[in-house]
Design a protein around this ligand. Sequence first.
Ligand code: ASP
Length: 305
Amino acid sequence: MKKIVVLATGGTIAGAGKPGEDLGYRPGSISGEELVKSVPGLSGIADLEVEQVCNINSDDVSSEIWIALASRIRTISARSNVDGIVVMHGTDTMEETAFFLDLVLDVEKPVVLTGSMRPATSLAPDGPANLCFAVGVAAGCNGAACRGVCVAFAGKVMDAVRVQKVHANDLDAFDAIGTACGEKLPKFSVDGVSSLPKVAVLYFYADADSALLECAAGRSAGIVIAGAGAGEFSKDWIGALARVKVPVVVASRIGRGNVLPEGLLVPGTVPAYSLPPQKAAVLLRLALTVTQDPVEIHKIFRTFV
Ligand code: ASP
């Protein structure tokens, strides 16, 4: 039997509330050990070992937790008796954690993230089925393969670059958006790094106040704009950007499609290509650990055309 290490971080899959109810629960309430024990048949899929990394609502995840999680995965995957790793995680920021891990890990063994939309105390929780599915994917025993880091959820396996949460309530909450990233992913080292530089994501909307740009520039090492359409914004924002001195990446608030260099409104800004704003923020934070030069940052983002 394959050996899979399950890392528990919290989320709705570890959520508890009034028995039988789907709302008003507390994410990150039940331990990973308890959850794994409560799923019938799971121990028949793989030989499991469980470790608790944290027990949080994934909206509270930080770069410190990402870095600690990546370090645990690197150590565990180096063990010759381990075949794969499953990370139980809240769904809200699962795509960001998956993308971060893919950008900093160079491990051969599968790293599979999963979670659930209903708490463990629901009348019909989806966590047990998702966990069984993810363990099967990590063990390579249910026909679905995972190369590098992926998300296994509601019967689908999605790579870390393309996966996005696409529904706020449905059990089938994730999808792979866009085409697979052709070029090799850029990889970053977070050795000796305890946290990532802060960046701000600013959402453009009709008549949005451009003062937000200058305010964000004063508080962050970089800015991601969630622009309208293919990365557009008002004349007012174009004017304000001339006064912003930190690197600016332009994404689209649509979450699908591309922002390309030819469509940029302000010279010196960086197009996010196919990355949605929340993933552009992860990549910009990592890019800022190696360079502040927009030309170099652009080269890093180009991988995602
Ligand atoms: N807020 C929860 C979390 O991300 C939602 C979930 O897991 O579905 O931890």
